[in-house]
Design a protein around this ligand. Structure first.
Ligand code: TYD
Ligand code: MG
Length: 473
């Protein structure tokens, strides 16, 4: 008799559990797209076999208890916010990409390929801040305390106030932040953190979103800036939901590859400063070192008087940096000529080949064309057009361009040269680096202003590609 009662109550509990509806949905593990049913191909990012079922948390109690928005609205001119309250990290290039230091309560997402130096840089940043006698917290979900210490030994980052927490439970991390109230927090990495509220595994879209949401809320409430290190997917974007990039205040990406010593961090989004700003570093045995003069760094291995090479001042964020564009045109061995571009847009190169053919009568149709930006940098702005055209012409004609000449300008389909932004800053940087001649678009607007600021550099203004070859060599 007793036995049947037990069975009955167990059954009852089971039925009650079944009746409590657990809501689930399917999420693309690549981009975070949500769907009520399983799909083979993601309609948002086009990836196959990425959908996984995840529980949706219905109660928002934990989150609301962390936020506790109880203050009434106030007038904007009564809010106290001075720029002086930014926390300077002490590493100039990091402060530069952040827009002049860390803003209290901001969330910064740092993405980049594995092994590029994310953990290294943030440990250096934290140590720098810790040396000023304030506690900082480095949460490691990937490496053991011993491994972090070994890295610290290499970097000389051994400040007493640099606290290491090896933890992946979100609830414990939040508790520690509330108790310690550190000056800055680093989460390495957001994909390893899991919350017990959800049953899905760490790294899934649901967990990443939950963990970042609650960390960002706590950061906003307590004013503690938090760095979130994020993994990247094979196409180079930060793994996890795209909304993650919308939620944070700043997104920094590491560029460069392990084959080169230099590393570039670029701000893709910044609510507190300019975007596309870059910080340049060199990876050494003892960590990342700032490169104070990026132009000379990128031109350091340049050989003079060779064909197919020209220097372009490219604007990276708010400062100009000189980069070398190289081109190689060689007769094609097969029917289909190849067009290969590294560091510049591939379609742009095809377009410029066609313009060069039509306007300058340089018939590259039966030549393979290779374009490379030396040093492995990526330049995305239209101002490099003239550089690509000049390098291709130089390689095709077998005539070197003077090593002391820089060129820049956007090229249109009819061969016209268009004005571009920040002409003065670019010419000034070229003059500072010892160049004595620049070929630039003819725009009346800048003429007098330019002549007023530079004296040791000759400015050749052209309005169409037809005038280029006569002035280039
Ligand atoms: P790491 O910061 O672990 O990369 P991530 O966190 O982005 O995955 O960087 C590891 C790489 O950096 C590794 O290839 C070794 C190299 N490295 C140095 O060259 N010098 C150093 O002082 C350190 C700490 C790392
Ligand atoms: Mg790491």
């Amino acid at each position: 008799m007793t036995v049947s009662v037990v069975c009955y109550s167990e059954n009852f509990a089971w039925v009650a559990h079944r009746l409590k509806k657990v809501k689930t949905s399917f999420f693309c593990q690549n981009c975070g797209h949500q769907s009520s049913k399983w799909l083979g191909k993601c309609p948002s990012c086009g990836e196959w076999n990425q959908f996984a079922e995840e529980e949706i948390r219905e109660s928002k109690e934990e989150v609301s208890s962390e936020l506790q928005l109880s203050e009434p609205p106030i007038s904007i001119d009564e809010i106290i916010a001075d720029e002086g309250s930014r926390l300077i990290t002490g590493i100039g290039e990091v402060d530069r990409v952040l827009g002049g230091g860390l803003v209290g309560g901001s969330a910064i997402l740092v993405g980049g390929d594995p092994g590029i130096g994310k953990s290294t840089l943030l440990l250096q940043v934290l140590n720098n801040i810790a040396l000023r006698n304030c506690n900082v917290l480095y949460v490691s979900g990937e490496e053991s305390a011993r491994q972090v210490r070994l890295r610290g030994n290499r970097l000389g980052a051994l400040s007493k106030n640099l606290l290491i927490l090896v933890e992946i439970s979100l609830e414990n991390i939040l508790k520690q932040i509330k108790e310690l109230h550190p000056k800055v927090v680093v989460i390495d990495s957001i994909q390893t953190i899991y919350s017990s509220v959800l049953s899905s595994s760490p790294g899934s879209v649901g967990q990443v979103r939950e963990a970042s949401e609650r960390l960002i809320l706590l950061s906003k409430k307590t004013g503690v800036p938090v760095f979130l290190i994020g993994h990247v997917t094979k196409d180079g974007s930060i793994a996890g939901p795209k909304v993650l990039e919308h939620m944070v205040d700043t997104v920094l990406y590491f560029e460069g590859d392990s084959g080169h010593a230099y590393r570039v961090i670029r701000s893709m989004k910044n609510r507190f400063g300019p975007t596309n700003e870059i910080g340049v570093f060199e990876m050494r045995d003892d960590g990342l070192k700032e490169v104070l003069n990026p132009s000379s760094f990128f031109l350091s291995e340049r050989s003079e008087d060779v064909t197919g090479s020209v220097v372009v001042p490219s604007m990276e964020g708010t400062r100009p940096i000189l980069v070398e564009i190289q081109a190689l045109a060689s007769p094609t061995a097969f029917g289909m000529p190849r067009r290969t571009a590294i560091g510049v847009d591939h379609n742009r190169v095809s377009l410029l080949v066609a313009v060069l053919d039509k306007i300058c009568n340089l018939h590259l149709g039966n030549h393979d064309i290779f374009i490379n930006v030396a040093g492995g940098v990526r330049v995305d702005e239209p101002a490099v057009d003239l550089g690509i055209v000049s390098a291709m012409a130089s390689s095709f004609l077998g005539r070197p361009i003077s090593a002391k000449t820089v060129v820049f300008g956007e090229v249109g389909l009819t061969g016209e040269l268009r004005g571009i932004s920040q002409i003065e800053a670019r010419v000034k940087e070229a003059e500072r680096m010892g160049f004595n001649r620049c070929i630039i678009p003819k725009t009346t607007f800048h003429e007098q202003r330019l002549d007023a600021i530079v004296s040791n550099i000759e400015c050749v203004r052209i309005s169409n590609l037809r005038e280029l070859l006569g002035n280039l060599f």
